[in-house]
Design a protein around this ligand. Structure first.
Ligand SMILES: NC(=O)c1ccc[n+]([C@@H]2O[C@H](COP(=O)([O-])OP(=O)(O)OC[C@H]3O[C@@H](n4cnc5c(N)ncnc54)[C@H](OP(=O)(O)O)[C@@H]3O)[C@@H](O)[C@H]2O)c1
Length: 333
C-alpha cells in the first residue's frame, strides 16, 4: 500500500483536504479509469472533477473498485465535484449534485463547488450553444441565492463542505457576508505567472482554502487548442520552459513541473495537477522530498505577471464577459 500524502490543509472548520489532488479536466471516462487508479496506487487521496468534465462515471467505477476491495474506505478519499454550469440556479443545483453522486456512486462528496459565478442557460445535457458557437450565458445568475441552495446540500448530507471556483475577491466577500455556512474553498487559475497575492491573502485571512488550477499550464496543450482554438489575445506562456524554473529544477535534480508544484504548496495553496499518464501522475506527486530555499522561492515569486499572466479565459469578445458577475477585469474589443 502506498503511503498517504502526509500534507493536508484544513477545509472548513474540521475537515482536512490533501494538499495535492489529481485533476481530471479533459480526461475521458476511459482515461480516468487508468489515471485515477494509478493516482490512488501512488498515494493521492484527493480527486478533482466536475459535472461538465463528463468523467464522473469513470471516476465512480474506480472508487467502487477500491472500496469493494477494501483497499480504501470512503472517508480516506477526498472527492470534489462542481455544479453543472447549466444548472447554476436554485431550482437545478440539487439535480446537478444528485446526478454527480449517482455517476460517482457516492452518498456524498467532500466538497461541492460553484464552478463559476457566471451560469449558462439551463440544458439537461451538455452546454447550450447559440448558432454562432457561443455558449448561451444566463445573465440572471444570483450567486447569493445559489449559495443558500448549496448550503442546503450540506444540511442534507450530500456535501461535507461547499465552496467556490473562479470567484474574485469581492464575490468571495459577498458570499462570506451572506453565508450561514462559509465557503471552504476557492478554486482558481493560479501558477507562477499569475499568483493572485491579494486574493490568496484575503482568502487565507477568511479561512477559505485556495486550490490552484491550470498550474502546470494546460492552455498550451495540443488537446486544448484542438478542442478550443486559443483566442488571438491570449499569449500562450510556458512556465515549464522558464529559465528560472528550469535552472532551479536542475539544481534539485527535479523536473520543471515538480518545481512549479513545490512552489505552489510552499506558497500555501493546494494543487490538482492533471495527467492521464501514470508516469507523470507519479512525477507530480514526488514533491515532498525536497524544499525550495528562500532565495529560490523568492526568484519564483518574482515571476508573477499579474493579470498579464492570466491565460485560461478569453476576455475579449467572450460571451461570459457580458454577465454582471464576470469575475475578471474586462479587455476592450
Ligand atoms: N475550476 C475550474 O474552472 C477549472 C479549470 C481548469 C482546470 N480545473 C481543474 O484543475 C485541474 C488542473 O488544471 P489543468 O488540467 O487545466 O492543467 P494542468 O494540470 O496544469 O496541466 C495539465 C496538462 O499538463 C500535462 N502534464 C501533467 N503533468 C505533467 C508533467 N509532469 N510534465 C509535463 N506535462 C504534464 C498534462 O498532459 P498529460 O495528461 O498527457 O500528462 C496536461 O496536458 C484540471 O484537471 C481540473 O481538475 C478547474
Amino acid at each position: 500500500m502506498a503511503p498517504l500524502s502526509s500534507t493536508s490543509v484544513l477545509v472548513g472548520t474540521n475537515m482536512e483536504m490533501p494538499i495535492i489532488g489529481i485533476g481530471t479536466w479533459q480526461a475521458t471516462d476511459d482515461e480516468v479509469l487508468v489515471a485515477v487508479d494509478a493516482a490512488l496506487e501512488i498515494g493521492y487521496r484527493h480527486i478533482d472533477t466536475a459535472a461538465v468534465y463528463e468523467n464522473e462515471f469513470g471516476i465512480g467505477k474506480v472508487l467502487k473498485k477500491w472500496f469493494d476491495s477494501g483497499k480504501l474506505k470512503r472517508e480516506e478519499v477526498f472527492v470534489t465535484t462542481k455544479c453543472n454550469l447549466s444548472h447554476f440556479r436554485p431550482e437545478h443545483i440539487e439535480k446537478s449534485l444528485n446526478e454527480s453522486l449517482t455517476k460517482l456512486q457516492l452518498d456524498y462528496v467532500d466538497l461541492f463547488l460553484a464552478h463559476s459565478p457566471v451560469g449558462v442557460q439551463y440544458k439537461d445535457e451538455g452546454l447550450p450553444m447559440a448558432p454562432n458557437g457561443d455558449v448561451l450565458v444566463d445573465l440572471n445568475t444570483d450567486i447569493i441565492a445559489n449559495w443558500k441552495t448549496m448550503e442546503m446540500m450540506v444540511d442534507k448530507g450530500k456535501a461535507k463542505a461547499i465552496g467556490l471556483s473562479n470567484f474574485n475577491q469581492s464575490q468571495v466577500k459577498r458570499i462570506l457576508d451572506a453565508a450561514r455556512i462559509k465557503p471552504a474553498n476557492n478554486q482558481v487559475e493560479l501558477y507562477v505567472y499569475l499568483q493572485q497575492p491579494e486574493l490568496v491573502e484575503f482568502c487565507k485571512e477568511n479561512g477559505v482554502t485556495i486550490v490552484a488550477y491550470d498550474l502546470i499550464s494546460s492552455t498550451k496543450t495540443k488537446s486544448f487548442q484542438t478542442k478550443r482554438p486559443v483566442p488571438d489575445e491570449i499569449v500562450i506562456q510556458y512556465p515549464m520552459e522558464d529559465d528560472t524554473v528550469v535552472s532551479i529544477a536542475q539544481k534539485h535534480n527535479k523536473t520543471p513541473a515538480q518545481v512549479i508544484l513545490r512552489f505552489l504548496i510552499q506558497y500555501g495553496v493546494a494543487v490538482i495537477p492533471k495527467s492521464t499518464n501514470p508516469k507523470r501522475v507519479q512525477e507530480n506527486f514526488n514533491i515532498f522530498d525536497f524544499e525550495l530555499s528562500k532565495d529560490e522561492y523568492d526568484q519564483l515569486k518574482a515571476l508573477d505577471k499579474g493579470e498579464a499572466g492570466r491565460q485560461f479565459v478569453s476576455r475579449r469578445n467572450s460571451p461570459y464577459a457580458k454577465h454582471a458577475e464576470y469575475p475578471y477585469p474586462k479587455m476592450s474589443s
